[in-house]
Write a protein that binds this ligand. Sequence first.
Ligand code: ZN
Length: 149
Amino acid sequence: MSNLNELYQEVILDHNKNPRYFKKLENYNRKIEARNPLCGDQYTIYLLIEDGKIKNIGFEGVGCAISKASSSLMTSSVVNQSIEFSKNLFNKMHLIFTGKSNSINEDELGSLFALSGVSEFPARVKCASLSWHALNGVLSEIHETVTTE
Ligand code: ZN
């Protein structure tokens, strides 16, 4: 088990050091501020959403290692994915952050499972879930036009 924990720690260290999609988008149509005053994490997340898909995503800002790594993992996971996929992923991550990860298939989540450790540290849950909640907030405001023949 400890090897697995070390692996997960490496994922977080790596994403903190080299965050993916850590840039402001030039071309976006959704923007949301994510703030966690308890820790001082603050990010702006940019999204380009077209045809029910997240065509591009980027974030910028400052925060602790957990919040930055989690934002990097979040953006990497939802880029080029559908809104539906991303909302489902948020629901799974919500279970992970609240310590109910035993109902989730570890293989299915891959490196995202690195974030499951935070559920033991209530103060860090807000750091880890910050950008996920921001994502879910943006996606919940999008009402797709459903056409039925
Ligand atoms: Zn934090």
